[in-house]
Design a protein around this ligand. Sequence first.
Ligand code: GLU
Length: 319
Amino acid sequence: MSQILPLSLSSHTSTAQPSTVAQDVSRPPIGRFAPSPTGQLHLGSLTTAVASYCHIKSLGGQWRLRIEDTDTARCDRQFSEQILLDLEALGLYWDGEVIFQSERTDLYNDYLTTLLAPLAYGCQCSRKSLQAYASHYHSDPSHYPRLCLGHKLDWQSHKVRLQLPNTLIGFMDGVQGAQWVNPQQSEGDVVVRRQDGIINYILAASIDDGLQNITHVMRGLDILPMTGAQISIMQAAGLPTINHWYHLPLMRNAKGQKLSKQNLARPIDVSRPSELLQLALILLKQPAVEPDSPVRMLEQAVSQWDLRVLMGQQALSAD
Ligand code: GLU
């Protein structure tokens, strides 16, 4: 069971006040699965879905589904529909309505132009110019050196960054253990809206996790480095805190690569849902379940769900 460690957060803005991150045990457990429909589900995303479902259901909670499709150039409605069908075929029924982030751009912009505005600034630095800067000053190219901060560039024709605090944030990760992160040092000022108006993942996910009252976030370990930024953004936006974080080990193929759409991980085939669920549970090191209907198999998986076997693990082999 994880919790946010109480600690003080100072910030350089007037809106975000020094505060403590306290655990609110009175909130009902709500988890979510938040795939980006840039391709079909593969074994990596399926195990995240199964793990987040079983974990939140084992706590008697709700499991929400959110389609993270703000990047309209990379996402496809067909993939979204396929993901919904696949989840249903596997008995992974979500609670409540599905949220499509592509329909919520105005909402994210409202947050950006009101509560988050004191942290935001326009930026005209291109990737190329930042790389040139980093090689000249021997600095980390992934860390934005705040060249445009204070230049008051208009937001409409530039990308927008958010200032992240230069302070240590601690949280307990239910899989990876205690984490300490300085968002300014690790991520730097993140781009939250691109020049073309596309809202980036970190802003949309932070706002939605807050507005959906999510208490338990379970996702891949690749997103752990962004968690400090997410905590800072949620605090600055006055959104409720995530009580429990879990970053699951990544599924790797025989070559040791993370299973992802980029390296062409095979889409799952739900024509044999029972076998697929069994496989996902084996990969997650869970006790075997009897072959049955997907719903019954999931009931059994929930009743014997044991997260401890994944503690401290960073990678699992999918081959
Ligand atoms: N949309 C992200 C993905 O598909 C997951 C983000 C999250 O769970 O916070 O990798």
